[in-house]
Design a protein. Structure first.
Length: 239
């Protein structure tokens, strides 16, 4: 009797060990991603898509991105896609770490080769912390141009939502054609120069709650260039 009791205890312990081993077994996820376009320049919004990452026995709950290869994650997402601008040309090492629903991780890294646009352009909008503005409010628009090649005949054209009032703040040495909201530079620019154009947009009092977008075009005569102004472009109006 005592022997069989011992055997029973032994069997029970063994059973528990098997059960707990099964509970702990978790295949780690396999990280993978694609990016488009393949050959971006400094004005290209690059789309990263990690939906080819897989967890064979669970699901991926976290995507962590390091966009400059320094080992520190710059963005954490629960969805597989994200976008990024690269401010400088170079071969950027992109590290992705995915985490599955039981905490196991998988990593991968790839190189994105970024070339330098003749002029790197960025628009930023100074919005309230809520991210939305109300009618009557002012939104400051800042456009920074970084010259990377010798440029002649630089032009910038912005198209704010129709009917919104524009106030010039800083023209960066350009002549502003106010009716078109178009800045023209007659001087030659050299690599390394930076130009800032700043203007205020006033949301008209009768504006409905909606999302409005800004469009802009950067042009130059030599080298011949026509590039969309990239960066912030959406203004959400609430009432
Ligand atoms: Ca798993
Ligand atoms: Ca980083
Ligand atoms: Ca315009």
């Amino acid at each position: 009797m005592r022997v069989s009791a011992k055997i029973l205890v032994l069997l029970a312990t063994l059973g528990l060990l098997i059960v707990s081993a099964e509970a702990q077994s978790n295949t780690p996820p396999r990280a993978d991603f694609r990016f488009t376009p393949q050959n971006p320049d400094t004005n290209t919004l690059v789309l990263f898509d990690a939906s080819s990452s897989k967890d064979p026995d669970g699901s991926i709950v976290k995507y962590e991105w390091d966009f400059n290869g320094d080992g520190k994650f710059d963005e954490t997402k629960t969805v597989p896609t994200t976008t990024r601008f690269f401010d400088r040309a170079g071969e950027w090492r992109i590290n992705l770490r995915v985490t599955d629903n039981r905490g196991a991780t998988g990593s991968i890294s790839k190189i994105v080769k970024v070339t330098e646009a003749p002029v790197t352009v960025r628009r930023s909008l100074a919005l309230p912390p809520s991210g939305t503005v109300i009618p009557g409010q002012t939104v400051r628009v800042i456009i920074v141009l970084r010259i990377n090649q010798t440029i002649n005949g630089l032009g910038l054209d912005e198209d704010p939502p129709k009917g919104w009032t524009v106030k010039e703040v800083q023209n960066g040495g350009a002549i502003l054609k106010k009716s078109e909201l178009q800045w023209l530079w007659t001087q030659r620019f050299s690599p390394g120069q930076t130009i800032a154009v700043i203007y205020d947009l006033i949301v008209p009092p009768n504006t409905p709650a909606s999302t409005f977008s800004l469009k802009g075009l950067l042009t130059s005569f030599s080298p011949r260039l026509a590039a969309s102004v990239v960066g912030d472009s959406e203004i959400r109006v609430s009432r």
